[in-house]
Design a protein around this ligand. Structure first.
Ligand SMILES: Cc1cc2nc3c(=O)[nH]c(=O)nc-3n(C[C@H](O)[C@H](O)[C@H](O)COP(=O)(O)O)c2cc1C
Length: 195
């Protein structure tokens, strides 16, 4: 593997579950690009980048809401359900216990913490969009060790690892050209529809 790519893996953040909804349709995915994005405790914010090819990307762009969930190391099932296939192929949230936040966004009932967020800005990143979100509510769940990216990589079962790596390689090939074309003029001007 590319040595710089491997080195940059040291910067990956925990594996978190992202939920959203648009016009009553719900969806969710997994990201390892979530960051705390504010030093001010009274203004809690998070950021993440989401590839434009993912259904969740467009749903968040239009509805302006998302849920971010820190997962425990026993929550593999959530990662495989949400992170290996697209919501275009079916409702990935079916079978998971949910609640609806004040914004209308669906939130996972079982997580280390569920953060309900509203988008406050977004930046074009070529193949992806960086979303900056305001945390409007934080609901702690059952405690446990956090699913870090390092834990995820070192404890994945071999069959899932093969599937995950094949998906990753496919996404990287698909995104390569798009990644080169950052458009600073592409602005997020607020939600254009409802959750
Ligand atoms: C561990 C892990 C980390 C991931 N990190 C990201 C990420 O940071 N950004 C992203 O766009 N996709 C990421 N993905 C891929 C999406 O979760 C995946 O493409 C998902 O199927 C998208 O679903 P959707 O089309 O329903 O939105 C990750 C997947 C896994 C399993």
């Amino acid at each position: 593997m590319d040595p710089l790519y491997l080195m940059l893996r040291n910067l990956t953040s925990p594996v978190v579950a992202i939920t959203t909804s648009l016009e009553g349709r719900r969806n969710a995915m997994i990201v390892n690009s979530a960051q705390r994005a504010s030093l001010v405790p009274t203004v809690p914010r998070v950021s993440m980048y989401i590839s434009k090819t993912n259904l969740t990307h467009d749903m968040i762009w239009r509805s302006g809401v998302f849920g971010m969930h820190l997962l425990r190391t026993d929550q593999w099932d959530v990662i495989w359900r949400l992170g290996l296939r697209s919501g275009r192929d079916g409702d990935k949230l079916a079978g998971l216990e949910l609640r609806t936040g004040a914004s209308g966004c669906p939130l996972l009932a079982d997580a280390l913490v569920a953060l309900e967020c509203r988008v406050v800005n977004a930046m074009d990143a070529g193949a992806a969009t960086f979303y900056l979100g305001e945390v409007v509510e934080a609901v702690p769940g059952a405690p446990g060790p956090v699913m870090t990216s390092d834990y995820f990589r070192t404890h994945m079962p071999p069959d899932r690892k093969a599937q995950y790596e094949a998906n990753l390689a496919r996404a990287q090939a698909q995104l390569e050209q798009l990644a080169r074309r950052v458009d600073p003029a592409r602005r997020w001007t607020g939600p254009t529809s409802h959750p």
